[in-house]
Structures are given as C-alpha cells and as structure tokens.
Design a protein around this ligand. Structure first.
Ligand code: GDG
Length: 469
C-alpha cells in the first residue's frame, strides 16, 4: 500500500502524553494517517545557526515526523517575508498591504529547494505526496527537477484571488508555472478554483479543458474545490461536556440575564476585527434598548507578531475597543470584552454554546473553521444564530447563516439585531440544515476525498498529457 507523505510549513508532533491542543490541520492529517502509514515533513519551528540538510526524525505510532530547522534569515525571508508579507495579503485581496522584496522571494525559493533536497531522499516510488499551503507552492517543481515522478497534490488553505489581483505580485507568473507541477490542486471553494484556472489561462496561456482539467504545453493538472471540514463529533462532545468547566461556569454566572455574542479569530487583518467592533457599535447606537442587555466577547490570540502590519492592527483594535467601551459602556456593563489568551478547545466549544450569536465576519477567508465550530457547538433544542461574511469560503456551504457584507456596518448591525430577535423555530430550522452539511463534509471526508482523488487520478508522475487523452 502507498505511504502518505504530508508536507506543511509547521509540523504538529503529538506530545507523548497524547494531550495538547490540536489545531484543525493537525486533527485532519492525523485522521488521514489512520488510513495510511507515512511521513509528515516540515519546519520544526526552531531557528538554528545552520539550516538542516537532513531532517530530525521523531517516530510516533504510524507516523514519522521529519523536522527541518531554519536559520533566522530563512525565517525572516521565507516565512515572515515572502509568505506572510507578500503572498498572504495578495491572496486576501489586500494589494496595498503586500510588501514584496526580491531578497524575501529568493529566501522563499531557497527554503523550498532545501526542503525538496531533503525530502527527495526520503520519498519512495509509490508514495503519495500531499503538500499544504502557500508557503510551499514551488515544492513540486523543485521535486520534479530532482527526478521525483510520484503523484503530488497541493491544498491551498487560503483564498485564491482573481487574476487581476494576483498579477500585481512580482514573481506571480513563476509561481503559477510552478503550481502546474502538481497533479491535483485543491482549493476551498468553487470561486477559488475558478480564479486559479483563470489565472493559469490568462497569465500563462494554459487551456481550460473539460471540468477541472487545465493543460499547459505538454502537461495537465487539475484544479478542484475540496471544502475543508472540522472534527464535528469531537467539537459537539466538547461543547456538551463544557458546562462544568470553570471558565464556562464563570462566564455563565457573569452574564446573568444578558445575552452573549462571540467572535473567535487569530489577530489578523483578514478577520475584520476592528470592522466587526464598529458594526457592534452601530448596533448599540441604533438599538439603545439593547445597551446593558448584550455582551460581545472577542477571543483573539495574537499571531505573527514579528510582522509589522500585525503590530499596527493590534494598536488599531485596542483603540477601537477603548473608544467604543469608553463612549457606550456604563458602570456595571462593558459592551466588548476583548481577550488575547488562547483557550483550550473545550472552553471555546462551551463559550460558543453559550452564545446567542456567533459573529464570523472576515473581510476574506479561505474557509473559516470557526464558523463551522460555532454551529457544531450549539444546543440542538435552542441553537444560536451564525452571522457570516459572504467573503468567507464557508458561506458557499452555510447558506442558512445570516450572510453579510463585512464592509457594510449597517448591514452587519441589522444582522446582529435579526439574530437576537430570531424565533426558536427558525433558529432550529437554519441550524439543522447547516449541521447536516457540516456533518456530511467533516474533516475525515475532506482528507479522504482529496487523497482518493489524488491516488486515483489518471496522470501519475509529472502531469504529462497521455496519448489519447
Ligand atoms: C487557515 C485559513 C482555513 C482560535 N483561537 C483559539 C483556537 N482557535 C482555532 C479555531 C480554529 C482555528 O484556530 C482557526 O481556523 P480558521 O479557519 O478560523 O482560520 P486560520 O487560522 O486563518 O486558518 C482558513 C483554515 O486555514 C483551514 O484550512 O479555514 O480560511 O485562513 O479551529 O478554533 N483554538 C484554541 N484556542 C484558541 O484560543 N484551542
């Protein structure tokens, strides 16, 4: 049977006690390793004086974790630089925030090449290789240059923008050429798939054949939507058990008769946190009877703090928060509670279940797992209402949420009001339909669908056109 070789920027090695907060991708890929033996290869998260030429191996059950150290220059150029300051903003349609530097781009290519050199020595002829996310777009091209002919798949977790947007990034044509070295490219939504196919056609002169097939010169690749899911049962159970958790009990007691509105997001400008706070402000201004009746809790672990745009965002959020709480708060009532800590998954699930409204209003998002987690955590007899940005990938599936344009504060404020006033029957109907979708397309469905497609695809090796195809 084929082995599975997963490659991602960071590798989640389980701690030996089996505890530890597992992120979405870690859960997804561990499920994939239930069906396959294999290797998980990537950055250890450590910085060393010399870059690794060979990975450090950690064996845990069926999986071999292969960990590469980076130098601080690698981290600066590849990770903080090209991946997070140039690619991330462009992919989220924020051309003005994208900081391109030739040195960073060279560092990005250098790390991809050094990963490929180390990985090529470990890959066996029948292995299925599955590469994750925007840090590693050129990896397949580097592996092909070393003679690796295995099936290689890529999953892009963040949005893929329209050609007019991607085209503003220097080096984007080279990235597009490199991405065609994958046999199968997975994106979150049909909109992303359409954008990527249009990029390949418009920028490289590729031809879009039937369905998901794109042909460039003498080879073909496939671009297809595979909406990522969550561990639905795990989240449901965590939410059910959570009421006894100290933090959840304290929050319940502190709320009294007030209703809770919740937001959970990494501190990232794509998530629309200051914009969301201003929408909540608009709601309070337009509905003075609701002052003192609702509390908005925003949980926001800090992220990428070495990237300057994130420090700016942090200041902006704090200023917005201070202004709103200062102008609308009253003795005994703070409208917005803002916390930067990271909570265990069980606590998050419990807080979601307590909340009458889940506010998920990113300016752009690949999928947004929090939207699905909010739905999964609800009490089926008295579920809360999801207010969801139409620019989150999740909006393609969760059409029973209250869909909003996060740029329109009046529209979001109105949706908050509608959510708070929605009757129980309608809440149950909407929730039941969303939960059905979430269950059908959970995380194991996602991983197994992608891998089946990659393993069963016609064109093995460098995706060349086969005679007669
Ligand atoms: C990228 C794409 C795509 C958050 N705070 C805490 C915590 N979290 C967890 C959430 C959720 C995860 O982090 C965040 O996932 P998202 O999907 O919302 O967003 P990104 O981190 O930007 O992820 C995104 C995703 O990849 C998967 O493909 O959906 O579009 O941008 O699971 O619950 N978890 C814990 N404590 C916290 O305080 N334990």
């Amino acid at each position: 049977m084929s082995r599975l070789v997963v490659v991602s920027n960071r590798v989640a090695v389980p701690d030996p006690t089996g505890k530890g907060a597992a992120g979405g991708l870690a859960v997804a890929l561990r499920e994939a390793f239930e069906a396959y033996r294999g290797i998980w290869f990537g950055w250890s998260g450590k910085v060393a004086a010399q870059p690794s030429t060979q990975p450090k191996i950690v064996n845990r059950e069926r999986v071999q974790y292969a960990l590469m150290d980076l130098t601080s220059l690698d981290r600066q150029e590849y990770y903080n630089g090209f991946a997070n300051r140039a690619l991330w903003p462009i992919m989220h349609y924020r051309i003005g925030l994208s900081e391109f530097s030739r040195a960073d781009y060279a560092g990005y290519l250098r790390v991809n090449r050094s990963f490929a050199n180390a990985l090529a020595q470990m890959v066996q002829p029948d292995d299925l290789v599955w590469v994750h996310d925007y840090h590693l777009i050129p990896l397949a091209a580097e592996l092909r240059a070393l003679g690796i002919t295995n099936r290689i798949g890529y999953f892009h977790h963040i949005p893929w923008p329209a050609p007019e947007v991607l085209g503003t990034l220097p080096g984007s044509r080279e990235l597009l050429r490199a991405i065609t070295d994958y046999n199968l490219i997975g994106v979150q939504t049909e909109r992303d798939a359409d954008n990527l196919r249009r990029c390949l056609v418009q920028e490289l002169g590729a031809v879009h054949r039937k369905g998901d097939v794109v042909e460039l010169g003498n080879h073909q690749t496939r671009v297809k939507g595979f909406p990522i899911g969550i561990d639905v049962r795990g989240f449901e159970q965590a939410a059910l058990r959570s009421s006894s958790h100290r933090l959840v009990r304290q929050t319940t007691a502190g709320l009294g008769s007030r209703r809770l509105i919740i937001g959970v997001d990494r501190l990232d400008y794509s998530k629309g946190i200051p914009e969301r706070m201003e929408s909540f402000e608009r709601f309070l201004v337009g509905n003075p009877d609701q002052r003192g009746q609702v509390t908005y809790l925003q949980i926001t672990p800090t992220s990428r703090s070495e990237v300057p745009e994130y420090a700016t965002l942090s200041r902006e959020v704090n200023e917005t928060l201070g202004r709103i709480n200062g102008s609308l708060g009253e003795p005994g009532w703070v409208p917005i509670h803002y916390v930067n800590s990271t909570y265990p998954r069980s606590v998050l699930a419990g807080l979601h279940r307590l909340s009458r409204v889940g506010l998920v209003t990113p300016m752009r998002d690949g999928m947004n797992l929090v939207a699905k987690e909010y739905v999964a955590a609800q009490n089926p007899d008295d579920p809360g209402v999801l207010v969801l940005s139409k620019f989150a990938g999740a909006a393609e599936q969760l059409t029973d949420a209250l869909l909003v344009n996060p740029n329109d504060k009046f529209e979001v404020a109105e949706a908050i009001r509608d959510a708070l006033y929605m009757g129980r029957d309608e809440r149950i109907q909407r929730w039941t339909r969303m939960m059905g979708t979430i269950r059908q397309t959970d995380v194991s469905w996602w991983a197994s669908t992608f891998l089946k497609d990659l393993a069963g695809g016609k064109n093995a090796g460098r995706p060349r056109i086969q005679v007669g195809v």
